[in-house]
Design a protein around this ligand. Structure first.
Ligand code: ZN
Length: 167
């Protein structure tokens, strides 16, 4: 599941000629045929993906910070890439508890978002070659602190580059 998300993200980054962070997630969405629509959703709603009659749209909460909006777009694209969002289906993202069969899909969509916004090889270059610290990583990747640390821990980069902890 995550290896397939990684390959899909790498292929998209390559075709968009994106070689370093920040990843232009709107460009990736456009390549996949999606229009991004900022929308005044209620605070708890992050966004939604809609595919209907050949129209592909991702709505993002216009009141949310850019870092969260970028993650939401990546997450919604993850539903599409993993085949969750079928025609005449809309995925609506609430910060509520998902039913079991949805929970796995949410994890897969999150996994794709992480692979797209924080590619393993981009991070490894920045850490091994450039030795950039936490605040520089946040500024460069335009992701939330929480998303960054989940990614660093998942890839075991936090333990490999222990200087990050003290930055
Ligand atoms: Zn979702």
């Amino acid at each position: 599941m995550s290896s397939s998300n990684r390959i899909q993200a790498q292929t998209l980054l390559k075709s968009a000629r994106i070689l370093e962070a920040p990843v232009d997630v709107e460009k990736i969405a456009k390549i996949l045929g999606f229009t991004i629509i900022p929308f005044p959703f209620p605070e708890k709603r992050k966004g939604m993906v809609l595919i209907e009659n050949g129209v592909k749209a991702i709505g993002v909460n216009e009141k949310h910070p850019v870092t969260l909006q970028r993650y939401t777009i990546g997450h919604e694209l993850g539903h599409f890439i993993n085949g969750h969002a079928h025609f005449e289906n809309a995925f609506i993202e609430d910060e509520t508890i998902f039913y079991d069969h949805h929970f796995q899909q949410e994890r897969e969509a999150d996994s794709f978002a992480a692979e797209l916004l924080m590619p393993k090889d981009f991070l490894e270059n920045d850490l091994a070659l450039n030795r950039i610290d936490e605040s520089q990583l946040l500024g460069k990747y335009l992701v939330s602190k929480q998303a960054l640390w989940v990614r660093l821990n998942t890839l075991r980069l936090a333990e490999k580059y222990s200087y990050l902890r003290s930055s």
